[in-house]
Write a protein that binds this ligand. Sequence first.
Ligand code: SME
Length: 163
Amino acid sequence: MLDTTDRLEGTKTEIYEELARQLGGLFYGERDATANAANMAALIGRGLPDLNWAGFYIMRGDELVLGPFWGKPACVRIELGKGVCGTAAVYKESIIVTDVHEFPGHIVCDAASQSELVVPIIRNGVVIGVLDLDSPSLARFDAEDQAACENLVRLFVAASEPF
Ligand code: SME
């Protein structure tokens, strides 16, 4: 099995570079979307500091359904347009929420979550799901996290068959 580090250390830039490198190793020779998403959620959850949840919601019909994740059990179905995940999926844009209590319609899955980053997963212009990261700290995510996670999501789409 690939030797992946647990909690990564260094600057934010260095941590994301290392995550991208390790993801490349995990995806090598494997195109199954569920397997790749499961490893990606575990890698991010264990590697990025200050997270309490990291995972996927997958488009099924007109709703998002819980996919592979790291963290506590979470709500299973999210309607398009609802919560941070459903909003990011509709607008096809990443959303950073610095304080989840201030986001109208935020869906509470883990009461520990204070801030959140959701990145839509887009294949050929179509949203096929979202990557959702939650933190127990306020304002955990910034533009660098957003850009870096969008890059990780692009690696995932390129490496995987459709769900
Ligand atoms: N908070 C999300 C729901 C998913 S959980 O955070 C894992 C939302 O508002 O869409």
